[in-house]
Design a protein around this ligand. Structure first.
Ligand code: FRU
Length: 484
């Protein structure tokens, strides 16, 4: 295999070496899906940020590219987005090319050290050869800072109704909206968030887009906001709001946050611009600032979630965003590692399954009380429990293997509310890729993404069914092919 280090994901994106955090500049152009990312090329911990770069034809298999953006006299290159400027509104193309323009945050470390509050500004850069060579705009920064300490992570998209670019960024405890005709001159048009959602930490990495409501002739705007700390199970997490956008500002009557993922390891996720099939596709960073610097990998640090398709569901009078692996990921599921099996009411059964550490499991049940346990011969285990009586889905990784690299990693059971499911039977898909587990319930209505570091690969599954009436059906356990 191309990668063989312990814990190295085989069907998730990870950098060949060194530190990675947020996905940046997710955009499609001319047959190529770009994935840029926060990258420090000189160490396996966070340091002066660059934009690393990878490309894919199908969002499944990736090719590593040279670093796209380096720090310059304005600062480090923090998170941001990228757009295809097909009408050349920026004027960057001189010979009929189509500019790809990146919009990012400059972080001036000297300014920060000197105690200033205006050290984050927004800059732009462009490429005329679909991402291979980059030029920074001479007029940077394009949005200056009037003294807001946390002022970053611009997400830009084209707003067809007003024929303008719109930019969403975060300013501490709220989001700001700007518009521009040319990606260079920006006007502040609105703000959102002070009295809405979770505020346990600063807001980061916004995203704003319209989405059709599944099965309805209606479309709503979705505002995604990452927050660190303040997530439901500690540290970093990603909330969202459903509402409206009038070209200037976002409004909603939703005061309480909704969460993309109740696991602890899906952060700073954003979606693709210019996706050719009209899908809304999300990638998150599969870690948490609580312990991201401490996880027990050696050559590189952290990976991305699988790309997930977002759908908007109307349930009763309310709207929810689901996220579920794109179909290309299913395409990696190959040989069956075991036959389908059924665990009867009030029964417990275990199977030993070689190859489980790189697998996809599908199960179906009306059981209202059961656990799925991934284990190994050292007695290490991850326990997933559905308990309808308590209205909870739980992930316990306290005995999952290496946990003591940081105190918050294994010290409590992670809990998600089951209310959304309305007592429906459950369909579950679980992707395990060496050191990450992604659990999708009912098409991604409830999702938990978790890192795990067993000292030996997990090679057994136990189904403990405590429901006196319903069976648990494990429909398939398939090996996932490596993408590398
Ligand atoms: C989110 C974040 C962003 C920032 C980047 C710096 O994880 O803190 O707000 O732009 O990481 O690497």
């Amino acid at each position: 295999a191309y990668y063989s280090e312990p814990y190295r994901p085989q069907f998730h994106f990870s950098p060949e070496a060194n530190w990675m955090n947020d996905p940046n500049g997710l955009v499609y152009q001319d047959g190529v899906y770009h994935l840029f990312y926060q990258y420090y090329p000189d160490d396996t911990v966070w340091g002066p940020m660059h934009w690393g770069h990878a490309v894919s034809k199908d969002l499944v298999r990736w090719e590593h590219k040279p670093i796209a953006l380096y720090p310059d006299e304005h600062g480090l290159i923090f998170s941001g987005s990228a757009v295809v400027d097909s009408q050349n509104t920026s004027g960057f193309a001189k010979n009929g090319e189509t500019p790809l323009v990146a919009i990012f945050t400059y972080h001036d470390m000297d300014g920060e050290k000197a105690g200033r509050t205006d050290f984050q500004t927004q800059g732009i850069a462009y490429t005329l050869d679909n991402g291979d060579t980059w030029t920074k705009f001479k007029g940077n920064p394009v949005i200056g800072n009037e003294g807001i300490k946390d002022f970053r992570d611009p997400k830009v998209t084209w707003h067809e109704a007003s024929k303008r670019w719109i930019l969403t960024l975060v300013a501490g405890d709220h989001a700001q909206f700007y518009t521009s005709p040319n990606l260079k001159d920006w006007t502040l048009t609105g703000e959102f968030g002070k009295d809405y959602g979770a505020h346990g930490g600063v807001w980061e990495c916004p995203d704003l887009f319209p989405l059709q409501v599944d099965g309805e002739n209606e479309s709503k705007w979705v505002l995604i906001i990452s927050i660190n700390p303040g997530a439901p199970n500690g540290g970093s997490g990603t909330q969202y709001f459903i509402g409206d956008f009038d070209g200037k500002t976002f409004t909603t009557d939703q005061k309480e946050p909704k969460w993309i993922d109740y696991g602890t390891d899906n952060y700073a996720g954003v979606t693709y611009n210019n996706e050719p099939n009209g899908d809304r596709i999300f990638i998150g960073w599969m870690s948490n600032w609580q312990y991201a610097r401490d996880t027990p990998t050696k050559k590189w640090r952290s990976s991305m979630t699988v790309p997930r398709k977002l759908t908007l569901q109307k349930i009763g009078m309310d709207y929810y965003l689901t996220n579920f692996p794109i179909s290309g990921i299913d395409g990696l599921a190959s040989s069956e590692l075991t036959k389908s099996w059924e665990v009867g009411s009030s029964e417990t059964a275990t199977q030993t399954i070689n190859g489980l550490d790189q697998s996809s499991i599908q199960l179906k049940t009306a059981s209202k009380d059961f656990s799925i346990v991934y284990g190994n011969s050292l007695g290490e285990k991850v326990v997933l429990t559905l308990n309808a009586g308590r209205n909870q889905f739980l992930v316990d990784r306290s005995a999952s293997g290496k946990i003591d690299f940081q105190e918050d990693f294994g010290n409590k059971t992670h809990v998600a509310p089951l209310q959304l499911l309305n007592g429906d039977p459950v369909e579950m898909e679980i992707l395990l890729d060496k050191s990450s587990m992604e659990v999708f319930i009912n098409g991604g209505l409830l999702v938990m993404t978790e890192q795990v570091f067993p000292n030996e690969p997990y090679n057994s599954i136990t189904v403990e069914n405590n429901d006196p009436e319903a069976n648990v059906i494990v429909e398939s356990i398939k090996k996932m092919e490596s993408i590398w």
